[in-house]
Design a protein around this ligand. Sequence first.
Ligand code: SAJ
Length: 476
Amino acid sequence: MTLGALIAKRGPIRKIGVIGMGYVGIPAAVLFADSHKFEKVYGFQRDSPSSGYKIAMLNRGESPLKGVEPGLDDLLKRVVAQRKFECTSDFSEIAELDAVTLSIQTPFLNKDDLLPDFSALKDGLKNVGRHLNEGMLVVLESTITPGTTTGFAREILEAESGLVAGSDFALAHAPERVMVGRLIRNIREHDRIVGGIDPVSTQRAAELYSQVLTKGKVIPMTATAAEVTKTAENTFRDLQIAAINELALYCEAMGINVYDVRTGIDSLKGEGITRSLLYPGAGVGGHCLTKDTYHLERGVQQLGKALLDYPQGEPSLFVLARRINDFMPRHMYRLTVDALARAGRTVDGARVAILGWAFLSNSDDARNTPSEPFRDDLIRAGAKVSVHDPYVNDYPGVPISCDLDAAIQGVDAIAIFAGHHEYNTLDAAHVKALTGKQHPVIVDGRDLVDPVLFIANGFIYKGIGRGDKNNHEIIG
Ligand code: SAJ
């Protein structure tokens, strides 16, 4: 019997499983459960010491996710009360399902070797494979290296089940595109890339996801194209940030204001002639843009190395973009050292306050924060560093204060790393008084403060891209 016939015999998708009760799996599961098209959704969560608590919490209708997620709590309470959603650690329930999605994190093994840790995903695939039946659909939602769905994912599922992907069961990749703080809205409103290992798999996966889309539509393609789409969409964002960061470095060297140039370039509008100008800054953090480029690079090396025609000896533009963005914290360090020198201080023994430990404005997410390499450089050079962040409470090995005045008290230099709202209203006179210095330093990594005000108050100012101000006359 063909896969199509097996699926026809099974009929429409009614019972769904979601593996991985994290910030991707939970909203996905409750949205499936909220659809009248589906009868029951199981959320699968390993009963491990670190996250087994989620099972009871979810079955009480309580979300274990941090932060505010509009719509999620009500949805979760409703589908639990209706008994349409249930969280369990019993993976044997998978055998009764029509479709299973895997939303399992694929973090780096460690930041330096840029290799992903697929161990949790492989465990999830083994659990699914052991209970896989004919005519079922398996979808990977995790961000994965191109070639994974048709590679080890297919191999593990087939080895554990004895079934054949594309003949006995459908297999697809539908990458998540959700942002913390807007999980429900993103799943409903973003277009959904759906890539099967074959057209029948693509169609079955489209049937699953079309039920939860409101504004969004399904964009069908192959599984590998879907893997490349997801990794490339973040690679391109990283590239656009690197382009404006490089321009900012050029503008500093040429003594001009990168924001004047940005406004000028952006003024060239009209069909097809606009540019996508992002914003220069103190660096690029997070768990998306810092790794997805390397997923894409590994993908093309694994899938296309023999056929790739590329300028001889030239590095990947995308990897170079990563290097430029990762250089920005080092540039912030050099700006700080230069400014301290103008104040007659060496960085050794200087007291420096870092404003912002989160990698994103007004967020408590500090994964791969650019503030960390900056702090490391300062400490290596003998500076005493204080860190302030209104959202991030703790971070291994880094004391973080939520008292801004206390963090600034008596320092020689202030470096702004995150664009938190709180830093938009820094008062130059008040900050100067807190430092107690005649010429305190301020290094603005997110274009938050007005250089004129701070310079007029005796500060020594440096700003990313502010070649027009970075060698200003010192007042007072
Ligand atoms: N950043 C800049 N300049 C910019 C934009 C961002 O320096 O113009 C820096 C930020 O400070 C941050 C880093 O880049 O350190 C990443 O910022 P981000 O806005 O890209 O946020 P992420 O990393 O959470 O990216 C996510 C991605 N979403 C998913 O992977 C589902 C990305 O695809 C989205 O485009 C992005 O959110 C978004 O637009 O919100």
